[in-house]
Write a protein that binds this ligand. Sequence first.
Ligand code: C2E
Ligand code: SIN
Ligand code: SIN
Ligand code: SIN
Ligand code: FE
Ligand code: FE
Length: 411
Amino acid sequence: MLSEQEKLDSLTRLGIELSQINDLDILMERVLTRARQFVNADAGSIYIRQNDWLHFSYTQNDTLERQLPKGEKLIYSTFKIPIDTKSIAGYVAATGRSLNIEDVYSLEATLPYSFTKKFDETTGYKTCSVLTIPLENSSRAILGILQIINARDEGGQISVFSRQDERIMYHFAAVAAVALERAQMTRALILRMIRMAEMRDPRETGAHVNRVAGFAVEIYEHWAVRHHIDSKVIDKTRDVLRMAAMLHDVGKVATSDLILKKPDRLNEDEYEIMKQHTIQGARLFMHQQSDFDEAAGLVALNHHERWDGMGYPGHIDFRTGQPIKEYLTAEGRVRGKKGSEIPLFGRIVALADVYDALSSKRAYKEAWDERHILDQIEKNAGSHFDPELVEIFFSRYEILRSIQMRYVDEK
Ligand code: C2E
Ligand code: SIN
Ligand code: SIN
Ligand code: SIN
Ligand code: FE
Ligand code: FE
């Protein structure tokens, strides 16, 4: 247990420590850890609001974690509760009022809410004292709740949360709320960027970006399972990659209409200008503030590289557009990135983008027929495309087709 002095020191440092974390997941875990440390609580959770539901999003439980084999983490089935006054969590989200309950199993029958026993029944855990605090944004909308469970006294016995604990927990709730609001604003901003890019280039409608993103996520997921990536990481990456893939051509906003909307083949000079969309896109995400910025920058920059090194823009510094010296050829030309020099997300979106571009009618070309497209992709495994990803493409082909059917171009 922390002494009063340690608590004070820790609170002072907390603001700085937490403000340096950009990743929402890491931040929420840290908020839970620190909040629990303060009041010596055995368990805690953060629920995030989506419309009329609270989703059980982050959780820590010392007792249950001790029972797990070493190195393993708690796994919860995705669990959500409606925002109404019937449950403890729902009541706090619905009313914006915190609840400090001494024992959830002896709640008075006259109260509107009761304890949801499902969690205890599933895990064998015994919940007793529960402190639940709303997470509110700057305009007092409820973003979720912070719930701290089973306070312990110096002897490790379960006890109740004091008024002082409550006040301190408000501090943690505020930190979590700011982080959550920031993440949600980033997301909203990205969705707005996607709409702006569509307005600029309505030929390539939302359907195109949705298809490319859908293909990319499907291919990634299969790649990740093959490579034994942790399922929690996969879940998180899906979301990040989907947004990033939707923005793969966002750099085209910097291309002139004469080129962007040319109803004919591009000449060599025009094509050179068009290729700048990779660098322009990467620059939009230069000041990385989240995983989204990082992934979006990677995808924008690398989606026209080729596995055989013949793609663009190659080994340049996208900030300046200048070649990176170590990678110049003897003739002084920039070398394309090759094989695994190309980030995975770039390799995935390259395949997804070309598949969709060939399937679509453009101002300058007709859509190809499916047989012809598949031949082209197969033929280009190991030249244009990462051969492993082509293999995955064919093994998931039925699903890719169903994604394609879901997003049809408006005509
Ligand atoms: P996009 O339309 O999204 O095409 C993405 C990529 O799909 C192309 O990258 C290319 O690798 C492939 N692709 C698309 N159409 C064809 C095709 O008919 N044949 C073959 N073999 N591959 C195709 P790329 O070539 O680097 O082009 C980047 C972007 O430049 C294209 O994005 C498109 O917006 C524009 N673009 C490329 N060529 C032309 C052109 O001849 N006329 C016009 N107006 N725009 C072009
Ligand atoms: C509830 O708020 O009723 C559920 C709390 C929990 O199961 O941890
Ligand atoms: C095109 O045909 O539009 C681009 C050339 C290619 O990548 O094959
Ligand atoms: C990554 O996850 O981006 C690295 C894997 C790879 O590029 O092969
Ligand atoms: Fe592109
Ligand atoms: Fe594209």
